[in-house]
Ligand binder design. Structure first.
Ligand SMILES: [Ca+2]
Ligand SMILES: [Ca+2]
Ligand SMILES: [Ca+2]
Length: 321
């Protein structure tokens, strides 16, 4: 009896300590995770960001739960799940050490001020600084038209100015007015809905003024897009963002092939219709795998009609007036 009583007493003290720690730690800091719909109704007030290889100016508090959103301290924040970088569910990374990871989206943030729209996009840390590739589609609610092909590009040119070549398209309701792609940690292009390049960042003299991209620690990239390039301020409007991550290959999206090899991941289709995308924002793993696997295995190679279609993997951001 004495021994049992002592055991119970120890257990009680132990659990009291545990509960006290549980209660004290995260509750004070972490925001409660919201669904995409819920977060899309809360106005984002915005603030200024410096694209300066330092991300301490992103002051919003991320939600605790994976695959949830928050609006905090003037920022929209999506926290993506870890380990859902599986494309259609079967994607593997290339075998080369530099390319073994880096496509797992971790976080995506949006804010703005009178001059710019700002993004922060975080992934797992790639095996080498040049390996990352990211695509962000911008859909303005209520806008007419828009591109359903996410900056696909001219096959004859196959270069970054021309497009992303990621084999991805959007449902009509998500058709984009603008698309941005980031290659490596500092290069970017901005296209309009006709696929015309309207912004270019190469860290060269002729970079588009104000279009800024730079990284912190390889895995977090800050982006500033001058509002005058994208039709003016989003204040008072609701925009949707399609966020896709993968790897780059000469500044276009690196293909995922049927078989894994040194420089290409495996799990793709025989007709090469599968998207060069490992992860998306806005939906859970099952929904995102279904969308990234929705390409037509009978389509003629490279025919955009057969590309995977994104319908549910998006984020809704309500910009304050
Ligand atoms: Ca900064
Ligand atoms: Ca992820
Ligand atoms: Ca995801």
């Amino acid at each position: 009896m004495g021994r049992i009583a002592l055991f119970l007493a120890v257990l009680l003290v132990f659990s009291a300590v545990c509960f006290a720690e549980d209660a004290a730690a995260p509750a004070a800091t972490a925001a409660k995770g919201l669904t995409v719909d819920e977060a899309g109704k809360i106005p984002v007030t915005g603030h200024t960001i410096a694209v300066d290889k330092n991300i301490r100016d992103w002051i919003g508090v991320a939600p605790e739960e994976e695959n949830s959103a928050a609006v905090s301290n003037g920022e929209y924040i999506w926290k993506d799940a870890s380990g859902d970088d599986t494309g259609n569910g079967k994607y593997t990374y290339p075998l080369d050490k530099a390319l073994k990871k880096g496509g797992d989206l971790k976080e995506f943030r949006v804010t703005f001020d009178k001059e710019n729209l700002y993004f922060l996009i975080k992934t797992d840390r790639p095996g080498d600084w040049w390996t990352g590739y990211k695509i962000i589609g911008i859909h303005k609610e209520g806008a007419v038209g828009g591109a359903q092909l996410l900056a696909q590009g001219d096959k004859d040119e196959l270069n970054f100015d021309s497009g992303t070549f990621a084999n991805l398209k959007l449902a009509p309701a998500l058709a984009c007015q603008y698309a941005v792609a980031i290659s490596s940690t500092y290069k970017a292009r901005l296209w309009d809905e006709k696929g015309k390049m309207i912004g270019r960042k190469e860290a060269q003299q002729d970079d588009t003024p104000g279009f800024k991209v730079d990284d912190f620690n390889w895995n977090a990239v800050e982006i500033a897009i001058p509002l005058k390039l994208i039709g003016g301020s989003p204040a008072g409007q609701t925009w949707k963002f399609i966020v896709a991550t993968g790897q780059q290959d000469n500044d276009v999206a690196r293909r995922v092939e049927v078989e894994q090899s040194q420089y290409h991941g495996g799990g793709g289709a025989e007709n090469a219709e599968n998207p060069s995308v490992y992860d998306l924002a806005g939906a859970d793993k099952a929904a995102q795998e279904k969308e990234l696997g929705s390409y037509d295995t009978n389509a003629q190679e490279g025919d955009p009609k057969g590309f995977a279609t994104i319908e549910k993997s998006f984020l809704t951001v309500n910009f304050a007036k």
